[in-house]
Ligand binder design. Structure first.
Ligand code: BG6
Length: 483
């Protein structure tokens, strides 16, 4: 197979929080995969930095162990591993003190693309940004990468944006939402804007409703304490589901360019209608078969935080007037599966008397089996008259594209390479994040004001019964998503 991988320019990537969970699980194994694919050049360097006292060799060993633990045996046994480890270095720094900064500044080759990954608590963003400037580590060409949670409400997001803006221009700030790096999410844009047949149908005249489901089987586990301050609304809806909604609903941008795309996404968020209390169902998973329930994991027996949410919202614009968007996400659900389903309207008139055709459904599966299917009505083959059946036109990538499909990089890998390439298209702009909180805040404030208690649900189910009632009230049903 001919490799289509284009190497990026040599770079220096400094990861603050370089010994942390995200770096070990995602960022470092991801960089190694890009190295093996020939995309990360051999003269690029990744410098880990954290408070932990480690030397270069200690860091290299930690990375090798992380690759084995989180990247799998096959990745860890790649012949390129020693060469990759050669590209790693480490400097211990104190984000709030002076330790290590001069050494780091002396190490970084300023003539290369410089990127600084803030894989640390947002409360340290300001301190690190300020020290990067004070120690001449960053200039107008440097890039910084920040992770969610980007604020916990509008006020804190504005404050974070203002803190970063003191030191960096918007074009230097890469706010990661890893859902935007998922292959199928990008394919959504290819599908909508690279094919002539969807655009004329992509509106309230032909689309009945849209469902977005991000179901997880995992529990909150050891993240209970963090999660309890966040909940599904802040952890998933305000960012990941919102981004999916934007891509499905936005107007065609004039170009596939960062601000053209982000301007259109922003318009969608700003056009979201406020959600009414009866349009939301919150849930909390119960204990089952010796497995702890949400409140035990959160170590908060009176917790009112939701581990599941289902809601209906509308976008007030010409294209989407009258089309409901149903969103749901949760932990400990029946299956791990994420899907966006575009459910088309019924035919205005059926010519088949005893045989009503089903509605067309375009389903975009984000994970685990990435692909797109379109449910179509055809005649059942063979004799017996005009019997109709519903069959999917299937574009599961692994099947449609053969071995090439296996090369799909993980979301983080792709996004880090985009940082080095200087392409912000798949990153959130500051105003987008603020607009998302503007919509989210009143919903959360409403729960607090009403002392809203989430409904219990059985682990392994698809959420509380009320989530189904939310749909049935509208004479619709959630689709069965398959893992
Ligand atoms: C993270 C959330 O942003 O996304 C987690 O904090 C969640 O709670 C995760 O489990 C889901 O990501 P993915 O890629 O596994 O769907």
């Amino acid at each position: 197979m001919v490799s289509r991988v284009i190497p990026v320019e040599p770079f220096e990537l400094v990861i603050f929080g370089g010994t942390g969970d995200l770096a070990r699980r995602k960022v470092l194994p991801g960089l190694f995969r890009r190295f093996c694919a020939g995309q990360m050049p051999k003269d690029a360097r990744v410098i880990g930095s954290a408070r932990t006292e480690l030397d270069r060799n200690g860091f290299r060993k930690m990375v090798a162990d992380s690759i084995k633990e989180f990247g799998g045996k096959e990745l860890a046994s790649q012949a390129e591993l020693p060469e990759f480890l050669e590209c790693l270095d480490y400097v211990a720094t104190d984000a709030r003190g002076d330790k290590g900064w001069a050494e780091l500044s002396a190490m970084v080759r300023k003539e290369l693309v410089n990127a600084f990954y803030f894989s640390v608590a947002p409360s340290l963003f300001g301190d690190i940004a300020e020290r990067l400037k004070r120690h001449d580590l960053a200039d107008d060409t440097s890039r910084i990468v920040v992770e969610k949670p980007f604020g916990r409400d509008l006020a804190s997001a504005e404050e974070l944006n203002a803190t970063l803006a003191k030191h960096f221009k918007e074009k230097q700030i890469y706010r990661i939402d890893h859902y935007l790096g998922k292959e199928t999410v990008q394919n959504l844009m290819a599908l909508r804007f690279g094919n002539v047949m969807f655009e004329p149908l992509w509106n309230g005249k032909y689309i009945d409703h849209i469902q977005i489901t991000v179901a997880e089987t995992v529990a909150v586990g050891s993240r209970g304490a963090y999660y309890d301050k966040s909940g599904a609304m802040r952890d998933m809806v305000q960012n990941h589901l919102m981004q999916l909604l934007c891509l499905i609903a936005m107007e065609p941008p004039a170009q596939f360019a960062p601000d053209a795309v982000r301007d259109e996404k922003l318009k969608v968020i700003r056009a979201l209608q406020p959600v009414q209390p009866h349009e939301i169902v919150r849930g909390q998973y119960e204990a089952k078969d010796g497995q702890p329930g949400y409140r035990e994991e959160a170590e908060n027996p009176r917790s009112f935080t939701e581990s599941f949410i289902a809601m209906k919202t509308h976008i007030s614009n010409f294209r989407w007037a009258g089309v409901p968007f149903y969103l749901r996400t949760g932990k400990r659900m029946a299956t791990r599966a994420s899907e966006i389903a575009v459910v088309f309207k019924a035919l205005p008139h059926s010519i088949f008397e005893d045989n009503e055709p089903d509605r067309n459904v375009l389903s975009i599966q984000l994970q685990p089996n990435e692909g797109i299917t379109m449910d179509m009505t055809i005649k059942e083959p063979g004799p017996g008259g005009m019997r109709l059946v519903n069959v999917p036109l299937d574009m599961t990538f692994a099947e449609a594209l053969g071995p090439d499909a296996e090369e799909v990089p993980d979301a983080y890998e792709r996004l880090i390479m985009d940082v080095i390439r200087g392409n912000q298209t798949l990153f959130m702009r500051g105003d987008e994040v603020e607009a998302a909180w503007t919509w989210t805040d009143p919903i959360i404030e409403g729960w607090t004001a009403r002392n809203d208690v989430p409904k219990p649900y059985e682990p392994g189910s698809m959420g509380p019964l009320d989530a189904h009632a939310l749909m049935r009230r509208d004479d619709r049903n959630w689709r069965e998503v398959k893992g």
